[in-house]
Design a protein around this ligand. Structure first.
Ligand SMILES: Nc1ncnc2c1ncn2[C@@H]1O[C@H](COP(=O)(O)OP(=O)(O)O)[C@@H](O)[C@H]1O
Ligand SMILES: [Mg+2]
Length: 283
């Protein structure tokens, strides 16, 4: 029998194969502007990308390139002046519990509610369940996932920054959104905690394979967290490139491939700065 088919290169973590699958999120030629009294600010210009199930899709770019603007638009808070965003084929028009956002700020939790109550409140208000005992069970499940058991009855002001971010992540995941939106969620943490949180996020992803759209301005973080990385050019934000980072994580920091990818990205972003410098007119 000819059963000796070779499957060389089949080893690996088995990231989501994108080609035949429909995207969860389809961002299609999106231009977003802010109108102020004096100015019309174009924050993103004709940005397109697709996020597939179980992607850890990272948007990477310098400050002001429109990353938060894009996330807010996916969340339904801002509307493009050109192009559209489709979630599972439906044009995004409003916010909804199918998209949950985790922010950088530590004050995104309700201070008058405990860790558990922050989660049960979101579940019941977001229409996830109307049963308080079910909400309780779901909350405890996610509290354990982010390693905060024993802190369920603690109020946010008693928690460290990293712990608060864990609660925000647990709350987001408990909602089981189609896509979890994370806007620089670890940027305000100290370096060690940040590293730990990145690792924990990857562990959680390994367990549940959720789909996440993650924004950062750190090249290293993008390479660690991302399975795919969208690189944006500075203001107004445009897509510069999309790169594959499936094979990189904490485990590969310091290895040649990790450094190569980091350098490649660095050079792409740096190329813009050179151009900007050249634009400055000589005296
Ligand atoms: N509410 C606003 N009103 C006017 N301009 C804004 C507003 N929010 C953001 N911008 C501008 O839009 C651009 C993109 O901002 P933002 O999405 O916050 O960038 P990033 O998250 O990549 O740092 C910036 O030039 C910023 O100044
Ligand atoms: Mg931002």
């Amino acid at each position: 029998m000819s059963s000796d088919i070779t499957t060389s290169g089949a080893a690996g973590v088995g990231p989501a194969a994108s080609p035949p699958v429909d995207p969860i999120l389809d961002v299609d030629g999106v231009t977003i502007q802010y109108k102020t009294k004096e100015h019309l600010i174009t924050a993103t210009y004709r940005v397109s990308f697709q996020v597939f199930p179980a992607d850890r899709f990272v948007i990477l770019g310098p400050s002001g390139c429109g990353k938060s603007t894009l996330l807010k638009s996916v969340a339904g808070y801002l509307h493009p002046v050109e192009g559209e965003m489709r979630l599972k084929g439906n044009v995004v028009r409003d916010p909804g519990p199918d998209r949950v956002m985790v922010f950088q700020e530590f004050d995104q939790l309700l201070p008058w509610k405990t860790v558990k109550e922050n989660i049960t409140f979101a579940l019941m208000n977001g229409g996830k369940t109307s049963s308080s005992s079910e909400a309780n069970d779901i909350a405890m499940e996610y509290i354990q996932k982010v390693k905060l058991d024993r802190f369920e009855n603690t109020y946010p002001h008693m928690l460290s920054g990293g712990m608060k971010q864990r609660v925000a992540i647990a709350r987001g995941m408990a909602m089981e959104p189609d896509i979890l939106l994370m806007d620089e969620p670890f940027a305000a943490l100290d370096a060690l905690t940040r590293r730990q949180m990145q690792e924990e996020l990857l562990e959680l992803w390994d367990e549940t394979r959720f789909t996440v759209l993650f924004v950062t301005h750190s090249i290293e973080e993008a390479v660690i967290v991302g399975s795919r990385i969208l690189i944006m050019s500075p203001h107004p934000g445009q897509v510069k490139a999309e790169l594959n980072a499936h094979d990189q994580s904490h485990a590969t920091i310091g290895q040649e491939d990790f450094a190569d990818l980091q350098n490649k990205i660095h050079n792409m972003i740096f190329a813009d700065r050179v151009l900007e410098d050249e634009v400055i007119p000589h005296a």
